[in-house]
Design a protein around this ligand. Structure first.
Ligand code: 0X9
Ligand code: ZN
Length: 328
């Protein structure tokens, strides 16, 4: 229930796999659990921040590209046969519902700029839950919920997130306290082996397999770890090489967020790289949270499609394959 008394439907988190099961090596899916196979994994997620509504659109268009191109385009056909592409179009389905709730007549017809999830239930002992209602209808501003991109379990807490329940960057009561984050972490860990040691300066091996991208908006950036500290990641040169390569396609600025943006902790990209060793990136798409479709058609999709496609192509051994040559 929201602070305004609206009952949330409570949506499930959905992940979609694209691969050709007739080619040996696919993961196996049984109910809600997955067991990894031998195919390289490209994991693409979107919309962990609910108001960043261009991101599920881009993720779904990437799904269309793979399905429409199978048997038509040689590169797509090879990718779908020999790789697995996993897509979570919205990592924050309840937050997305809240964005749409603002469009109801009783709320004035404008989308709520809900960033966080929709959790409201005794989050912190001895501290009142955030009672702000309704959420803002433009830009930033305080609102209820937990920032899922501050709730991941790697290096959770400290400078770069907030202990205040109304803050847009509220980290939640504990590492991976939120269902969305706990399930996502368990799921990705089942798909991709842990290939990096436990220390901040342990490098992942050159032949690390798997690649992770989380789609956000906005600012036209390609970001790579670390976000939580200013020191370079142990695989910094290769992370930067991949980020710079993406940037040749989408024209964005490729950089380390703790140096070019701000410090964060509990973010998805730092978790995927820090915990598993796989190269992990945040794309900050475009110039606003709610662009018109004409902007997605004209720029955001054509700019980002080849970057996502390249990510899927190098997923077997990205730290090595990024150094080329490229084969079509
Ligand atoms: O602050 C964030 O969570 C992201 N920016 S946004 O405006 N979409 O909220 C940036 C996160 C980048 N990744 C790390 N800093 N680890
Ligand atoms: Zn975001």
């Amino acid at each position: 229930v929201t602070p305004g008394g609206d009952a949330l439907p409570g949506y499930p988190l959905r992940a979609m796999r694209v691969t050709n099961e007739a080619v040996a090596g696919s993961s196996t899916i049984a109910g809600d659990t997955v067991t990894r196979g031998q195919k390289p994994v490209f994991f693409l997620m979107a919309n962990i921040h609910a108001r960043e509504i261009t991101t599920p659109e881009i993720a779904m268009r990437f799904l269309d590209l793979l399905l429409d191109g199978y048997g038509v385009d040689a590169d797509v056909t090879w990718l779908v046969d020999y790789h697995e592409i996993w897509i979570v179009p919205t990592a924050n389905p309840d937050g997305h519902w809240l964005v749409e709730l603002g469009e109801q007549e009783e709320y004035g017809g404008l989308p709520f700029y809900q960033r966080k999830n929709a959790r409201l239930a005794n989050l912190l002992d001895g501290v009142d839950d955030c009672a702000i209602w309704p959420p803002p209808t433009n830009g930033g501003g305080d609102h209820f919920g937990v920032d899922l991109n501050r709730n991941h379990s790697f290096a959770w807490g400290g400078e770069g997130s907030s202990p205040e329940p109304c803050s847009p960057v509220f980290r939640g009561p504990a590492a991976a306290s939120e269902n969305e984050v706990a399930q996502l972490e368990a799921f990705i860990s089942a798909l991709v082996p842990d290939q990096r040691g436990p220390e901040m300066d342990d490098p992942a091996p050159d032949d690390t397999t798997g690649l992770f991208i989380t789609l956000h908006s906005f600012s036209n950036l390609v970001l790579w770890p670390w976000g939580s500290i200013e020191a370079p990641a142990p695989n910094k040169d290769d992370l930067q090489a991949i980020g710079d390569k993406f940037a040749t396609y989408n024209g964005y600025t490729s950089c380390q967020p703790s140096l070019c943006l701000y410090i964060t902790n509990g973010a998805s990209d730092d978790w995927a790289y820090g915990e598993l060793g796989i190269p992990a990136f945040t794309f900050e798409i475009g110039d606003e949270f709610m662009p018109p479709y004409s902007e997605i058609d004209a720029r955001q999709w054509p700019d980002n499609a080849p970057a996502l496609f390249y990510a899927a192509k190098i997923a077997r051994t990205p730290y090595q394959t990024v150094h080329g040559p490229d084969v079509s």
